[in-house]
Design a protein around this ligand. Structure first.
Ligand SMILES: CC(C)(COP(=O)(O)OP(=O)(O)OC[C@H]1O[C@@H](n2cnc3c(N)ncnc32)[C@H](O)[C@@H]1OP(=O)(O)O)[C@@H](O)C(=O)NCCC(=O)NCCS
Length: 241
């Protein structure tokens, strides 16, 4: 079994078998501070070393099959995300179940659940909540800040984002969160030029669609939150229902 260092959000102070953090902002939380309390967040460092039980311990058979041919590093991040998701579902529904991989690579949550998964090189995070509440979709993203060469700005940023000198990891991560939030609703693929990011405060960003995306019209404004933590850019979007 992988060793977890877990920061678990407690929607309703539910006992959790791993280490719990109840403070709002902690050194071991990446995504938690960015989301409202009713969203369940589980985060863990990814232990990539092979263990007695193997990288894929705890996964359901369809999840194992989905990742069986991947390299160990990819297996480790996938498995960490899935195990966190199982824990989250157990807390929400009392029962963990497989979260298969859709053809478009999105996680197939069970009926009644919306969620999002992310991993950086060392951390995995999952956010889930029930359908029928305040939110219709979630998107979360972690990005290792060191990974970004300035040249990438030409691919990721619009001219306005470049002119505003927004940090590249922030623009990238915000757009990844946006894509993970909208794609399960629209099934529309998005380019990096299909949204423009600006900052509304030192913890909030605004994403404006620059073209129609499914039923979301050009000009739609979607807000999100961001923070930089331990060399990682963390972003999250909760789309109101
Ligand atoms: C799919 C994508 C967003 C994943 O982001 P990433 O930074 O590479 O990786 P992360 O670790 O943060 O997230 C990976 C997780 O995203 C989730 N994901 C993958 N495809 C998804 C989709 N279509 N919809 C929602 N979530 C998706 C999966 O859970 C995946 O983890 P898993 O494979 O272990 O289950 C990215 O690879 C991609 O294709 N981006 C291009 C599209 C885009 O972002 N355009 C900009 C829009 S403005």
């Amino acid at each position: 079994m992988q060793c977890y260092h877990v920061c678990v959000e407690l929607a309703h102070s539910i006992p959790f078998k791993f280490h719990m953090k109840t403070d709002t902002v902690s050194d071991s939380c990446w995504i938690r501070p960015l989301l409202p309390p009713e969203i369940f967040v589980a985060e863990a460092t990814i232990e990539s070393a092979h263990t007695e039980t193997g990288l894929l311990a705890g996964l359901f058979s369809e999840e194992r099959e989905a990742i069986a041919r991947a390299v160990p590093r990819r297996q480790a991040e996938f498995a960490s995300g899935r195990r966190l998701a199982h824990q989250a579902l157990k807390q929400l529904n009392g029962l963990a179940c497989a979260i298969p991989v859709a053809a478009d690579r999105s996680p197939l949550w069970p009926a009644g659940i919306i969620g999002s998964i992310t991993h950086s090189e060392s951390v995995a995070a999952v956010a889930v909540t029930r359908v029928g509440g305040a939110w219709q979709a979630l998107g979360i993203d972690l990005a290792n800040i060191q990974r970004f060469e300035p040249d990438l700005a030409r691919v990721i940023c619009t001219p306005a984002e470049r002119a505003a000198a927004l940090p590249l990891p922030l623009v990238f991560s915000a757009k990844e969160s946006l894509f993970k939030c909208l794609h399960p609703l629209t099934k529309v693929w998005m380019d990096f030029s299909d949204a423009e990011i600006s900052l509304s405060s030192d913890s909030e960003f605004v994403a404006v669609l620059t073209k129609d995306c499914g039923h979301f019209a050009n000009g739609t404004v979607i807000t999100g939150r961001w923070r930089e933590h331990a060399g990682t850019m963390c972003t999250a979007i909760c789309l109101p229902a």
